[in-house]
Design a protein around this ligand. Structure first.
Ligand code: G
Ligand code: G
Ligand code: MN
Ligand code: NA
Length: 253
């Protein structure tokens, strides 16, 4: 584990890559934004999945440097995207440790200035565990991100120990329904009722709702018919390097 941590430290600027996955309007499949996802390619062509290094990065504090790198690279990518004619926001995942131990507002500000991005060009994805850990500080940081025009998504919604009355008081814009509920939504009555409840709850709070892990046309149709705003998943596109994503946007347009 220590050796892996050492390798991560030297890999941050040289080996990590950001991949991007489209998030599309549920009704017609047109693109709405992209999510940035970290990839660590290895010499043999394989990838170490984020699940195997994010936790280690959080435990060692490396997540602060890695998270800063991700923000800057996402800003660089957004500039390339806009220059290619695609004015789509890019959503950046922020871990709980990074959320509470870095000056996120300054880091986003700096990155947006460096690449001359418009307000709203970047989104932030947070998890419930981040928001519930230190509610007062979380709310303040979220408000400051909002003042900068950054939209905030709650990732993996439905899997945590959500305190609904508390969530209601946070400046959230988007809920992302976890893919475990989307998996067989069109044929599984239990997941269908969970999705209906999450859609109803989110919309009553005025939020945009994204369903994750959409893999089949049947899932997308069910979600669109039940008022889900946006969909993300292998059906709409796998995570890929920015150049590939831009190429796909152009062939699909
Ligand atoms: O990329 P993949 O689909 O395998 O993502 C697995 C997990 O890793 C997801 O929970 C995702 O949110 C997380 N993840 C991917 N990229 C980043 C990142 O840049 N920062 C953080 N903190 N988490 C990420
Ligand atoms: O926790 P977060 O939502 O950030 O995780 C994103 C993860 O979900 C990434 O690892 C991404 O590769 C994965 N993912 C994206 N679309 C799909 C999908 O349609 N099916 C499955 N099984 N995983 C997906
Ligand atoms: Mn995410
Ligand atoms: Na998620």
């Amino acid at each position: 584990r220590l050796r892996l941590a050492g390798r991560i430290h030297t890999a941050i600027d040289s080996e990590f890559q950001l991949y991007f996955q489209p998030i599309c309007h549920a009704a017609d499949g047109t693109p709405a934004s992209l999510e940035a996802l970290l990839r660590w390619p290895q010499a043999d062509g394989s990838f170490i999945p984020p699940g195997e290094f994010i936790q280690l990065c959080e435990d060692t504090g490396l997540i602060l440097a890695l998270g800063r790198w991700v923000i800057r690279e996402a800003a660089r990518a957004q500039r390339q995207l806009v220059d290619a004619g695609w004015d789509l926001p890019i959503a950046v995942n922020v871990s709980a440790v990074q959320f509470f131990n870095s000056d996120l507002v300054a880091e986003f500000n700096r990155a947006c200035q460096e690449f001359n991005l418009a307000r709203g060009a970047l989104h932030v994805e947070l998890t419930e565990s981040s928001l519930m850990r230190k509610p007062a500080q979380a709310k303040q940081t979220m408000q400051r991100l909002h003042e900068q025009g950054i939209c905030i998504s709650l990732d993996d919604f439905g899997t945590g120990y959500s305190n609904m009355s508390y969530l209601q008081h946070l400046p959230l814009d988007i809920l992302k329904i976890d893919r475990s509920f989307v998996a067989d939504v069109e044929i599984n009555p239990r997941n269908a009722s969970i999705c209906r409840a999450l859609l109803s709850l989110g919309h009553s709070m005025g939020l945009t709702i994204i369903a994750e892990g959409v893999e089949t046309p049947g899932q997308q149709q069910w979600l669109a018919a039940h008022g889900c705003d946006q969909v993300q998943g292998f059906l709409l596109g796998r995570p890929a390097p920015l150049a590939d994503v831009i190429g796909r946007l152009e062939t699909e347009a």
